[in-house]
Design a protein around this ligand. Structure first.
Ligand code: ADP
Length: 366
């Protein structure tokens, strides 16, 4: 097991596809670090560079403190699990697990010891003599994991390992992977495009967009203190409402004009800046931070209901600003089966501590 460090890592495919741009990131020894971002943001490229399947254009990759840029894949001691994990269909589970060790010419006693250990960890003992087609999807996924772990790699790289499983199984196997990682304390880089998967699995989550690292933080930190409008809009479901706004000076206070009204801000949202007006900003409000208030209440924004989704435990109200805000739209998450009709007016207030402000480049002011 080992620490993995990416230092100013860059990758350009061909002449002009900049897949990674100056990414600096470290996974501690024994950490499960999740890389998340939309399709094409460069997640798989990170794994391919660490595995040695692609060459970095710039920067360094270190595994256990050793620069591995020039080492061939087989000397890096990393194991990769892909989404379309191909098990050998004509081999039993045991033979599938043995395969990487046989390829290396490991001794029989060593093969038996490691396969037994991995089978125990992954609870595959009972199915060692079955063929892959006689396994459930979750068991097959575990065999694929086992085939990586049996090599006792310094680092495991997982590329969307759950994307071929149905929704229920994904949740189960996700929990298994987390538990397995806890037990084995293998350093893992885990790639997914699914922010829910990232939030539930990672101790720390690295968010990538367009080849650039946006933020690395705990799930809670990403949710509560997004460093950029991109992270704010990516983490959370439904995502944070992001609306064009303008800072306005009001007495000794700075407020934000947004969606046809003005909202008070907590001092922290402005990071202690002097009250100032005029700056164009993006205001961020989570759907759950919008609270229904009496029409005419102070500090409220006024909307018209466009469309309602009743989900039982909550109601998602799709709303449009009532006046003068270029049709700004938001989603509000209201508790229970909230009575609402399309076309009805709705006043919503927000606690000043739950209004985020991002500058014109999308960086959080806080
Ligand atoms: P992700 O895994 O986040 O979906 P990738 O790392 O696969 O993204 O790709 C990042 C970017 O690099 C994308 O724009 C993709 O089209 C491009 N890319 C990936 N592999 C190659 C390649 N072999 N040749 C050219 N462009 C590539």
């Amino acid at each position: 097991m080992a620490r993995v460090a990416l230092v100013h890592l860059g990758k350009v495919y061909g002449n002009d596809v900049r897949a990674l741009d100056d990414v600096t990131l470290e996974a501690a020894d024994g950490e499960l670090l999740v890389l998340v971002g939309p399709s094409g943001c460069g997640k798989s490229t990170v794994l391919r560079l660490v595995a040695g399947l692609e060459e970095a254009t710039s920067g360094e990759i270190r595994i256990g403190g050793v620069v591995v840029n020039d080492l061939p894949p087989q000397e890096r001691n990393v194991a990769m699990v892909f989404q379309d994990y191909a098990l050998y269909p004509h081999m039993t589970v045991r033979r599938n697990l043995e395969f990487p060790l046989r390829m290396r010419g490991a001794a029989r006693t060593e093969i038996d010891r490691r396969v037994a250990a991995v089978a125990r960890q992954l609870e595959l003992d009972a199915v060692l003599d079955r063929l892959p087609k006689q396994l459930s999807g979750g068991q097959r996924q575990r065999v694929a994991m086992g085939r990586a772990l049996v090599r006792e790699p310094a680092v495991s790289l997982l590329d969307e390992p759950l994307s071929n499983l149905d929704a229920k199984l994904r949740v189960e196997v996700r929990a298994e992977i987390a538990a397995l990682q806890e037990r084995t304390r293998t350093t893992m880089l885990y790639v997914t495009h699914d922010q829910v998967e990232a939030m539930t699995l990672g101790e720390r989550v690295a968010v990538l967009n367009a080849g650039r690292l946006q933020q690395v933080a705990s799930p809670r930190e990403l949710y509560e203190h997004p460093a950029s409008a991109f992270v704010a809009g990516f983490i959370g479901n439904p995502p944070m409402n992001l609306l064009p706004g303008r800072l306005v000076a009001d007495g000794g206070e700075t407020r934000v004009a947004v969606a046809g009204g003005t909202l008070r801000l907590a001092p922290a949202a402005l990071a202690g800046r002097e009250p100032a007006g005029g700056d164009e900003v993006t205001a961020g409000i989570r759907p759950e931070a919008l609270v229904r208030v009496e029409d005419g209440a102070a500090n409220a924004l006024r909307f018209v209901v466009e469309h309602v989704e009743w989900l039982g435990h909550e109601t998602l109200a799709h709303l449009r600003a009532a006046a003068g805000a270029d049709g700004a739209q938001v989603v509000a998450r209201l508790p229970g089966m909230h009575p609402l009709a399309a076309g009805a007016p709705l006043a919503l207030a927000v606690d000043p501590g739950r209004v985020y402000v991002f500058d014109r480049d999308g960086r959080a002011l806080a």
